[in-house]
Ligand binder design. Sequence first.
Ligand code: NAD
Length: 373
Amino acid sequence: MHVFVPKEMGQETRAALDPQGVKKLKVLGLEVSIEAGLGAKSDFPDAAYEAMGAVVCSSRAEALRAANVVLRINKPSHEDIALMQPGTWQLSFLDPFNEKELLQALAAAKISAVSLEMIPRTTLAQKMDVLSSQANLAGYYAVLRSATELNKVLPMMMTPAGTLQPARYFIVGVGVAGLQAIATAKRLGARVEAFDTRSVVEEQVKSLGARFVKIDLGDTGQTAQGYAQQLTPEQIQKQRDAMAKVCSQSDVVITTAKVFGRKAPTLITRAMLDVMQTGSIVIDLAVESGGNVEGSRLNEVVTLPNGVRILGIGNAEGNLPNHATQMFSSNLTNFLEHFWSKETKQVNLSPSDDFLKQCLITHNGNVVHEKFH
Ligand code: NAD
């Protein structure tokens, strides 16, 4: 089995495999090749991959034609799909809820495409969960970025010149990114409040030493996979009303509230931004899936007339490309290792496997996942 890892296109700084990942795949008996320059933006030189046994290819087209498994972060281009042989496995984010045409193209090319977003959230799959490993870094990055943007210090400082009060943080959405944001802001000495519609996270927020903002929205619940349900318009309005006061007292608001497979809800409205204090920072980590903050723009800083700044940060983890690559690579190699058989000494990606069925989207000429027929 021959694994190929192409360079990511566009602004992407991360790579799908790091040199340690090559080593791990070689132990499983796989041949590994990478496109030259794969880790250039994440500080993994070609020579480091080579030292672990990878072949460095200068022709992406040739390597794509020869591969049985292609690993990447972002969805493949139509040009790349045309180069892959029927029967090739391809693992990447696919954004399957919004990319119907891409799924059809993958099916038509007889590619077996695994959507990393669809990896189930079970204990077994935790080590393969790229959404979690990347969100964790995103939450960390958001706090550090806010700390450098803010015109204040984060911890309380008692000095002969007087006492500085700790900065006040409000984290909206306490999933993986939100929890890491709370932990990081607390470590830096900020005073942290947080809210999530899933009331089960209240204990987690408290255990990190932050305050959980209680808003009674009635029935909210969560899916079997642990994701938030979509709220009704009335519930969203109630949430906005209750959050307005907390926002007005916060130096930094970080929003991470996503709804799996759907557009993110707008939770911070212009009216709420207008009553925030001059110099406050709002970071929207959901900006790529629609945004939680009214007026946030992808990878731009929007300064409002009252001096509040909104940072819409897409791919926040991409600002820490070395560690993000390390985590991503580890998730993917764990995935392949999961299907390695001791008996045959081979990776056997069987489409009938119960776990694989949940994230395999196209196979043998068809869109096989029931959610995307
Ligand atoms: P996510 O990225 O889909 O959403 C981020 C957070 O936003 C979630 O906590 C969600 O509840 C919250 N949110 C959605 N709408 C909101 C609203 N209107 N207001 C406030 N908050 C809102 O979620 P995620 O970080 O990927 O993870 C969600 C949950 O899944 C977490 O509890 C996590 O611990 C759990 N999880 C479990 C596993 C596992 O068991 N293997 C793996 C990963 C995550």
